[in-house]
Design a binder for this molecule. Structure first.
Ligand code: DGI
Ligand code: FE
Ligand code: FE
Length: 398
């Protein structure tokens, strides 16, 4: 197994880092890529509004999460003290003694590798791969360093060409405060910076247009859920247009509908406490039900969404009796968006295309059948939603 190791301060991680990681994964045929944010001691004097260790870890998860086989590790942050690469390599080697380790670094790092702590041990534990960005003076540096590293430490350096990004983290921090950094950052990282108010960024989260909201909303998600939420947004807009519902509200509700989905049950219960919204008996045991309630409250608290949007998020998992048009739009969009793959989804898409209530009824019936098959309890709101629609159907027929 080939494991890549990519360390850095990632304050913040930017598109240059992501491109580098992708290029290395491809060029070196890595089976795994470990992203290792280094430790910044809490007492180190940082400018006001800097990201702390936990925030840099979270931004790294958002930035690299979409790369297959990449994982962010808190190895160096947890170890505390000064982060020596040699200690990190020893720890990874101890955990994976059979693996071939590849240490990735920028050419600026390679230029001073001989000055690092225990360079011969580093080179003994890992192959070295350096990114080649075509920057000024880079070629000359490689000409000078490669023979030196080979003769002094026996290092054989592999060069990985990559697309250059014309900005460093330092410059991005400055540009963030000016509001011109978005194009240099992975979307969710820019959203996270805004919602945490890092680097002097001041965004009023209560008056965002859907386009401004999008990166912030994506920053709440596990990377694997991003496609689902964007698919829900697109589908909700389409349904809203067709039914004459408010398109902007549909977008906002769809972007935020799963904003607490990644939280554990204890974290969600803490939100219930915070918002004075007690969970019912079933919600108390099932985070997959509870996220609709906590998500609606968070959206109202943080983004000041109105009651209609609140309702669409609140009822998107179970539905309820006598749903509003926007509630139906979000419920269905969540079920049929293009990234959804499950038996029956095509039939559901056809029913929804024909008639919203027909789609909704079928979606609720499918949920009930699935729960019965899995032996899971059916929430009373799911039953009520279905009974209401069926009642309507039969009274229509009279
Ligand atoms: O959050 P998503 O995965 O995008 O979708 P969702 O909010 O519709 O959540 C689906 C989950 O909720 C799925 O695991 C099934 C569960 N669920 C929906 N209705 C009921 C239910 N679970 C129980 N036990 N009872 C229900 O009535
Ligand atoms: Fe959901
Ligand atoms: Fe969803």
């Amino acid at each position: 197994m080939r494991i890549g190791i990519y360390g850095g301060t990632f304050n913040p991680p930017h598109l240059g880092h992501v491109h580098a990681a992708e290029a290395a994964g491809r060029a070196l045929a890595l089976d795994r890529l470990l992203i290792v944010p280094d430790n910044i001691p809490p007492h180190k004097a940082l400018p006001e509004g800097s990201a702390d260790n936990e925030q840099r870890l979270e931004m790294a998860r958002l930035a690299f999460g979409a790369i297959p086989n990449a994982e962010v590790t808190d190895l160096e942050v947890r170890r505390a003290g000064k982060s020596f690469t040699v200690d990190t390599l020893r720890a990874i080697h101890a955990a994976e003694p059979e693996a071939e380790l590849w240490l990735l670094m920028g050419s600026d790092m390679l230029a001073c590798l001989h000055l690092w702590h225990e360079p011969e041990e580093i080179v003994r534990l890992a192959h070295i791969a350096a990114f080649v960005r075509g920057a000024a003076g880079e070629e000359e540096m490689f000409r000078r360093m490669l023979p030196l590293l080979r003769s002094n430490f026996g290092a054989d350096v592999t060069q990985v060409p990559m697309e250059a990004l014309a900005a460093s983290s330092t410059e991005i921090r400055r540009r963030a405060a000016e509001g011109t950094a978005a194009e240099l950052l992975p979307e969710p990282v820019w959203g996270y910076i805004q919602r945490m108010g890092l680097y002097g960024v001041k965004t009023d989260l209560t008056r965002l247009t859907p386009c401004q909201l999008r990166p912030v909303a994506l920053s709440y998600l596990k990377p694997g859920r991003v496609a689902h939420v964007l698919g829900t947004e697109e589908t909700a807009v389409r349904l809203a247009r067709r039914l004459g519902a408010d398109e902007k509200k549909a977008r906002t509700a769809a972007l935020l509908h799963d904003c607490t989905k990644k939280l554990s049950l204890p974290e969600q219960l803490a939100l219930c406490e915070k918002y004075g919204a007690p969970p019912d008996a079933l919600e108390r045991q099932m985070p997959q039900l509870l996220h609709a309630k906590t998500g609606a409250h968070l959206a109202r608290d943080v983004f000041a969404v109105d009651d209609e949007i609140y309702g669409a998020i609140r009822w998107h998992t179970t539905g309820r009796e006598d749903m509003t048009c926007l509630e139906k739009v979000i419920y269905l969009a969540d079920c049929i968006e293009p990234a959804r793959r499950y038996p029956g989804v095509e039939e559901l898409r056809r029913a929804a295309a024909e008639d919203l209530d027909k789609g909704l009824t079928l979606a609720l019936e499918m949920t009930v059948r699935r729960m019965e098959r899995l032996g899971e309890p059916i929430h009373e709101n799911t039953r009520k939603a279905l009974r209401f629609l069926k009642g309507q159907e039969s009274s229509d027929g009279i």
